[in-house]
Design a protein around this ligand. Sequence first.
Ligand code: 3UK
Length: 512
Amino acid sequence: MKAADLPLFYNAVDILERNLPHRADKVALYSRERNMTFQAISDEVNQVGNALKKLGIRMGDYVGILALDCPDWVAAFFGAVKIGAIAVGMNTLLTSAEYEYILRDSRARVVVLHAALIPTYEKIADKSSVEHVIVIGDSGGVYPSYTDWIADESTELAVAPTHRDDFCSLNYSSGTTGAPKGILHAHKDYPLTSQLWGINVLGLTENDRTFAGAKLFFTFGLGGNLIFPWYAGGSSVLFSGSPRLATNILETVALFKPTILYNAPTGYAMAMAVENMGEQYDLSSLRLCVSAGEALPAPIWHAWKEKTGLDIIDGIGSTENFHIFLSNRPDDVRPGSSGKPFAGYELKLVDEQGNAVAQGEIGNLLVKGETAALFYLHQYGKSQQTFMGEWLFTGDKYYVDEDGYYWHAGRSDDMMKVGGIWVSPVEVESTLISHPAVLECAVVEQADDSDLIKPKAYVMLNSGYEPSAEMGQTLIAYCREKMAGYKRPRWIVFVDELPKTATGKIQRFKLR
Ligand code: 3UK
């Protein structure tokens, strides 16, 4: 399938509405809050679209969604998309300062906000161009509630005449230093990725029901757990709680009986650490599992297979490409590898001069495909380094084995993926430095017992402070309090000095 196969004027609400002729009464969304049929969710999408129009939202306007996964998230997303607006799915784990940046950068005029996130939002409420806040759940009367907002709206709404290349969604991804990177995707990217990977590689059908540890604000979750199953006529299971508690995930699988489970590698490792996982939770509905976000170590693959009998399909994806662009296949898995290229994406491994490397040698991975974003919003320089015409520089190092499987070999920047989510060593270092005991520090990646990457900090203390186990614990606790918990260093090593270049730059590679 090519972009040119789609109608010139195309709106991604098709992913939902293509199900209305034959499956209107089928349950499209399962959740503890409520189950919704395709008809019910479509009606609600239309109500949201009408309500947004009444607030003055037009084609090209940005609509923020800062909410835990729930049916309202989905209605807000497609409601915005259907009227030609751009849905900004926002990570619910960020700091107020990051929300301020994202809301200003995107100029979101409306934010659909989960009641649980009101306190975080309020700290920056007056610092953006947001004109309207709509609250999912109990707002305590401060903002209009989502339910009241759409209650009297019509369930009829004409779709906006969007071009297939018009943007319909914006996601932010973190970088080593500086501002998050705004990544826009077009309407066409939704059916394309659904077909190229969801159908052609994963083999989704209308009998599938998906569930994901990854949330809808992350395109891994949005694509895998909403767009692809709906494109195939299947259903999705949404869960508003934290995926970091493995029992939450296992319980939800037992309760809603999905056939496909998506998670980051750590999600599988944590599930297996639950005592008597197999006896306590009925996982028999699952036919296949998917892992992405960071490399899935082969030992985790084998242990999961032994405990559950299930294969895990590891594929590398990125927000820039919307989803997975290199993947293992249900009938062709090499544990530990990212699999092989599939139709729709071309890959190239090149050296620093841009020349192809020999088979078996490590090179920088470039990818060419029609679902790639075009630029980072408002970041000209960074965009030029990444979006190289038809090719996209992934920042990942890979080599290909003699059988054609691709193996991840680290990144070309200092960024690390922890639990499938970006952690910038610079951010952790800045947090540590803000503690009075810390003079200098450097944060690098370190594999834990399951072979998964976690941050490790080398710390030089200020005079008057002594290295000790307690001091280490104090610093870790401090980081946990100042940043999202997964970013905290898991190990602290006290040193008398740090390796530096002549210009004073810390050489993280030496510490690694
Ligand atoms: C790393 C992997 C090895 C890699 C994502 C599936 O992770 C996603 O998007 P992000 O923008 O990060 C992209 C980067 O993460 N990575 C992802 N998957 C793997 N490394 N093996 C893997 N299987 O560095 C990549 O460049 O957060 C994943 C679908 C949609 C996504 N957005």
